[in-house]
Ligand binder design. Sequence first.
Ligand SMILES: [Zn+2]
Length: 420
Amino acid sequence: MSTPYDLVLKGGRVVDPAAGVDAVRDVAVRAGRIAAVEPEVEVDAAREVVDVSGRLVLPGLIDTHAHVFEHAVGRFGLNPDLVGVHSGTTTVVDLGGASCMSMGAFKRFIVEPAETRIFSFISIYPAGEGHLSPEIYGAGIDVDLCIACIEANQGFVKGIKVNAEIGSMSIYGLDKIRKAKAASRATGVPLYVHFGELFPAPENPRVPYDIDAIVPDVAGLLEPGDIMAHPFTRHPGGFVDRNGRVHPIVSEALARGVRVDVGHGSHFSFEVARKVLDAGIVPTTLGADMHGYNTQKPVDPGTPPTHPDPEMAPFGGDARFSLTHAMVELLALGLGLDEVLPMVSSRAAEGLGVAGELGTLAPGGVADVSVLADERGRWTLSDNDSNQVRAERMLRPLFCLRAGRRFDADAPILPVPRAA
Ligand SMILES: [Zn+2]
């Protein structure tokens, strides 16, 4: 007799873009791996059977943009399991919290104790990211040290984060992007570039920069696999120029293999999203970009505020958010589930170099599974400009399996859908 299954998810709608599956299937798990995906799995010998009929059973969701260096980088970092397994997301990519100076602490104090799977995109800046000052975003870059850190953390550091926003570009210019690109080229990991204003341009810039030159200048330096972030930002310096036109170079970059990550954050605009989508730009991946300034969290004693000058702290937004809610917004904008799901599964895994292992439910792979409620009705969604759109489909995380272990989606930061 064969070893019994540890768990069978019975009768859910399995959608696995990587395997080309969209059908009612049973999913069997054994020893932390997917053991079978079949129309009917024999459950007699299973230790546990969960009825998931009417639910979506998906490859464990991958959030390609998170900030989870908790207790570091000011109040920017969130608890990884809050945005991860307790929000129905099995894998998160920390975007620039850890640097060559703090990578050891990040792994020891955050990654090791976390239940959520974590990868790092290392900050090119030794201070890491906390959005406290534009001076930090270019000071003291040591390309060799960054390369050495990436090489010492192969398989964990999957990319390099750099910011192309007017505040720091007016101090360091393209030089800092070129340095980040040099580290990326030497290590073979992609560059992830933030676009959209974080800090205003200083009155006397060291490197005078036209905000609408940032996207064309930087896109020209990017190679296949590199990532342009925040296509739907309402802040200047993004994909849409001051005259309301989408920079043509973005489509050209996409055509030669550059990727686009939503990086939802606290600057998401339905209006900009419509404009960018209408220009034929569909994001490759969907990062929720939740952090300690846009998501409610207890603040550590002694942590400074975002910035005493409100001009320097352009943050805000919903205190409750989730990757699943970002998926709902893209569906409400007219994208299909077949377009949105690969962004948080197959294409995300591909970009991390873990396709076949993560982002799929193929038998033999790790049993990372997300189970969502999929409801029809009428709900109102708001963006960060308080513009509203109507949603007729609501996805809600119910639970996930992380290497076969079950976690309920009970994070207090999960949004409560608002009926229209
Ligand atoms: Zn971010």
